[in-house]
Design a protein around this ligand. Structure first.
Ligand code: CA
Ligand code: CA
Length: 403
């Protein structure tokens, strides 16, 4: 029997197509597609989502509408003040660790920092969402998603995350690190916890057709403290700690600072030969950095669209092997696309800047003759379902609302 052309396919049972990036290798990525009917969980609240995540595998979780994760088990919203404990107030924190008082030599410590850590633990227990193996989490229609939540795919193989909007994954208790410096900026940084999606020690993960944004609480609207922006967001999609075989396709990453960290430590002993990720047909719009920033991994970055005014897009870190191919870059200075974070080479081929072929690695090397990069990442990607010419990527649409 043939399927009528107008039939709506049940996306929640789709699996990653053969050959679609690194997550298609090994045993492939099926998520919860084989779930029996009683393992399919429609969820509308944080409590329902948490229960579904803990239900037997394989499981399909259909998120209906926007779930605010900063809520109690009865669905009542929780404010930052309600997580605060041990006497924590931001006013006390700013008074105690002002560099004029505390100096620049040590990270915050003592009773006020202890209160921040205790408060942070209370928020983490609410917003951290543990994802187990053999799971598909999918948005049911336009506007489905998670506000303030941190999906933790940790030690869980075979996971699919699709069609969701991740909004404002906000840390109420950002910490001050006086010794964390950004090149070219005044010293110190505010650092936040909670990635919207965090993949660690997991294989065969497919992140597809999602939208990631800080809206409605963007960092640029936050105050400056100690001369540095008070950041309340961490990564949108961080892939670290020996994670491997991940495909990141057709997402929109927007209104954010640190987008995608692949590998979190120069001295990791678990990441060599892992952190293999394919990043394709995504839109990176109005984001500051890390699209992605890579250590160790063989990462194929192809057919993505970049727009806005980033600090850098492709971070070339320790022993990374980034192969950047047929991307379209709009209105970004070519020398700002790549940054060398201790790597040696990046393959850069077929990329267009405002419609013109440009060697982005040569542009970087001209601007930074003291830290040049080679032009051969040392491998040739084979797992893709066909590359588009970069010119076609200029019209790319992606994200949670685009089917
Ligand atoms: Ca992170
Ligand atoms: Ca903007």
């Amino acid at each position: 029997m043939s399927t009528p052309a107008h039939a709506v396919q049940d996306r929640s049972r789709e699996v990653l197509p053969t050959g679609d990036g690194w997550a298609s290798s090994g045993t492939g990525t099926t998520g919860g597609a084989a779930a029996p009917a009683d393992h399919v969980h429609p969820v509308r609240t944080r409590a329902e989502l948490v229960a579904a995540l803990a239900a037997p595998a394989p499981r399909i979780i259909r998120v209906e509408g926007m779930i605010d994760v900063n809520t109690d088990d009865g669905g009542k919203p929780l404010t930052c003040a309600e997580y605060a404990t041990g006497g924590y107030t931001q006013q006390d924190y700013l008074a105690a660790y002002d560099p004029a008082v505390w100096g620049w030599e040590r990270d915050p410590q003592g009773s006020v920092e202890d209160a921040r850590v205790a408060s942070s633990r209370k928020q983490a227990a609410v917003v951290g969402l543990t994802v187990r193996a053999d799971t598909t989490i999918i948005g049911a229609g336009r506007g489905a998603g998670v506000t303030g939540g941190s999906l933790r795919i940790h030690g869980a193989r075979n996971v699919i995350v699709r069609d969701l909007t991740f909004r404002d994954t906000r840390d109420c208790f950002s910490r001050w690190n006086p010794g964390d410096n950004t090149p070219g900026e005044t010293p110190g940084n505010w650092n936040a916890a909670y990635d919207s999606v965090s993949v660690q020690r997991s294989e065969n993960v497919w992140i597809d057709h999602n939208t990631f944004t800080d809206e409605p609480n963007i960092d640029s609207a936050q105050p400056v403290h100690f001369g540095r922006p008070y950041l309340t967001h961490d990564g949108q999609l961080d892939i670290t700690s020996g994670a491997d075989l991940v495909t990141v396709s057709r997402n929109v990453f927007t209104e954010h600072g640190k987008v995608m960290l692949i590998g979190s430590s120069n001295t990791s002993t678990t990441d060599t030969g892992k952190l293999r990720v394919s990043v394709h047909h995504n839109v990176f719009r109005d984001v500051r950095e890390r699209a992605p920033r890579v250590r160790f991994g063989q990462v194929h970055v192809y057919n993505n669209l970049y727009e806005g005014d980033p600090v850098f897009s492709w971070g070339v870190g320790v022993t990374s092997q980034v192969y950047a191919e047929n991307n379209y870059i709009r209105s970004i200075a070519p020398e700002k696309v790549i940054y060398n974070w201790g790597g040696t080479a990046i393959t850069d081929t077929g990329n267009l800047v405002d419609g013109r072929p440009v060697s982005l690695v040569k542009a970087f090397n001209t601007a930074h003759p003291d830290q040049p990069l080679g032009t051969d990442a040392g491998w040739t990607p084979t797992l893709n379902r066909g590359l588009d010419p970069a010119r076609r990527v200029a019209r790319l649409e992606a994200g949670a609302s685009c089917g």
